[in-house]
Every structure is written in structure tokens, then in C-alpha cells.
Design a protein around this ligand. Structure first.
Ligand code: CO8
Length: 264
């Protein structure tokens, strides 16, 4: 589909931003294709998503500078909203999204990775928010999500200086969870997605919602959010079967089996 490919591998979807001639920069068409790819996923089937970029050089080298260069104030705001709406959709997507960052993650590239649940990267990955060097702000959520992820002090330093950082520094400051050789990155992301997909999907979704919604609330309200979602699991077949399997196993170790969670 246009600038975005989507491949289904059993219960995992791999979405690839495919505009390598521009280092996968996000123009309006790429953003539309990306939204369509997420909208097209059947979340009754898909239990985890991997988001990556085509080629071995770049995940996403930012929003398209050529397209942005002539925007008016109103158009700039609208473009920022377009990106923000799609990135928020990814952030709130019912199942976990893993960013497999295979190279440059600059500007909008760093920002889209931060709308994913988990970030892992290749050794050649490079992160940064170069926007102030272009006369703009990180307008696809960068001023908000970077501070929430790595703390306000470090986020302000990176944003104000527009300094790019390599994978090892991104790991050290908690922007990514792990670094892999380029050729191992996608397999590592798919393996992690497979581990997620093997768990009870209703519970995994509830965890995502509890963490995301709870982080926006005060601790008392956040714990209520958790309690409600915890309670909702007890209406599921998967909870009954998951716990019954544990009890059968205690009863007779020969009865141990991998639970085939049904998403119901
Ligand atoms: N936009 C458009 N085209 C790009 C972009 C981009 N962000 N990045 C790379 N390209 C294109 C280049 O123009 C070039 O195209 P062509 O071959 O037609 O000349 C092609 O990709 C290859 O790029 P380079 O030749 O530059 O490759 P290098 O290996 O020499 O350099 C770099 C790689 C260092 C990544 C370099 O391309 C670069 O600095 N790119 C720009 C990085 C950047 O500044 N990104 C941030 C953009 S601003 C942003 O993302 C704002 C987000 C919030 C928007 C809010 C809207 C309101």
C-alpha cells in the first residue's frame, strides 16, 4: 500500500514505512498510508505490531522538510495536528506496538518511535530532535513525550541543543530498551512480539490501557483505573483457562501445557 507495507505473520503485524529514497521521511501521504495500515489491522487477530523503516540506513529521518518549508501558520498547525492524531492513534492502539528503529530516528522519526510502547534499535541508530535548528519546535509530540520518557532535564537538553545521539547513549538515557546488530533487529522485535502474542490478549491490552491511562492520572485515580481493568479480566475465558492450567499443573505436572489463549 503506497508508502507503507503491512505484513501479517500469524498473530503479529509488521508495518514498514517504505520511502527509502527520502530516508522514510513523513510527508502527508506517508502519514495517510500509515493511518490506513493501522486502521486496517484486525485487532481480534493481531496481538502485537512491529513498526520499522525500509532499508538499513533510516527508520524515519523526520517530517518531510520540503513539504513543511512553505507552510503558513494555519497549515503548520494543521500538519502538527495530523501527525499528533496519528501518533496518538498508535499510542492508544489496543495492542502493543514495538518500534524496531533501524537507523535515523530524527525529528518526527524520534517522535513516532515515542508513540510506540517499546523501542529497540540497531547499532547504527541515531536519535535526535533537530527541529530548533530548522526554526520549528518538535511538533509531533516531541516536547511532550520525550520529557515524559527520559525526564524534563535531559529532554530539554536534547531539544534545545538539537544534538543527535547514538544508540548507546539512547540506551543509557532510557530512550530505547535494547540495541542489536542491524541484521538481528527485526528478528529480535518479532521474537518480542511473539512473546507478547503468546500471553492472554485481553490482559495484555488491559495492561497497556492501565499504564497509559494511569500515567495521565493522579495515583489514587490511577489505582482505580487499574482495579477496574483487573476486575474486567475475570469476565474472560482466558483468565479462567490460564489459572485452571496453573492449578492442573500443581495437581499433576504431567498436565502442564502451553495455554492457547483465545482472546475471549
Ligand atoms: N525530509 C525530506 N527529505 C529528507 C529528509 C526529511 N526530513 N531527510 C532526508 N531526506 C532526503 C534528502 O533530501 C535526500 O533526498 P535527495 O536524494 O533527493 O537529495 C535523501 O533523503 C537522502 O538524504 P541525504 O542525502 O541527506 O543522506 P545523508 O546520509 O547525507 O544524511 C541525514 C542523512 C543526516 C538524516 C540527513 O538527510 C538529514 O539531516 N535529514 C534531515 C533530518 C532532520 O532534520 N529531521 C527532522 C525534520 S523536522 C521534523 O521532523 C519535525 C517534526 C514535527 C513536525 C511538526 C509539523 C508542524
Amino acid at each position: 500500500m503506497g508508502f507503507v507495507n503491512c505484513e501479517l505473520k500469524d498473530k503479529i503485524a509488521v508495518i514498514t514505512i517504505n520511502r527509502p529514497e527520502a530516508l522514510n521521511a513523513l510527508n502527508s501521504q506517508v502519514l495517510d498510508d500509515l493511518e490506513a495500515a493501522f486502521d486496517g489491522l484486525d485487532t481480534d487477530v493481531v496481538r502485537a505490531v512491529v513498526l520499522t523503516g525500509a532499508g538499513e540506513k533510516s527508520f524515519v529521518a523526520g517530517a518531510d522538510i520540503g513539504e513543511m518549508s512553505t507552510l503558513t501558520k494555519a497549515e503548520g498547525e494543521a500538519f502538527g495536528k495530523k501527525g499528533n492524531d496519528i501518533f496518538r492513534k498508535i499510542e492508544q492502539f489496543p495492542v502493543p506496538v514495538i518500534a524496531a528503529i533501524n537507523g535515523f530516528a530524527l525529528g518526527g522519526g524520534c517522535e513516532i518511535s515515542m508513540s510506540c510502547d517499546i523501542r529497540i534499535c540497531s547499532e547504527n541508530a541515531m536519535f535526535g530532535q533537530p527541529e530548533v535548528g530548522l526554526g520549528i519546535t518538535p511538533g509531533f509530540g516531541g516536547t511532550q513525550r520525550l520529557a515524559r520518557l527520559i525526564g524534563a532535564g535531559m529532554a530539554k537538553q536534547l531539544i534545545y541543543t538539537a544534538r543527535n545521539i547514538k544508540a548507546d547513549e539512547a540506551l543509557r538515557i532510557g530512550l530505547v530498551n535494547a540495541v542489536y546488530p542491524q541484521e538481528e533487529l527485526l528478528a529480535a522485535a518479532e521474537k518480542m512480539a511473539g512473546q507478547i502474542a503468546a500471553n492472554a490478549p485481553i490482559a495484555v491490552r488491559a495492561c497497556k490501557k492501565a499504564i497509559n491511562d494511569g500515567l495521565q492520572a493522579n495515583i489514587d485515580d490511577a489505582l482505580v483505573i487499574e482495579e477496574k481493568l483487573f476486575g474486567s479480566c475475570f469476565e474472560s475465558y482466558d483468565q479462567r483457562e490460564g489459572m485452571a492450567n496453573f492449578l492442573r499443573k500443581k495437581d499433576d505436572p504431567a498436565k502442564v501445557k502451553v495455554v492457547d489463549f483465545q482472546n475471549k
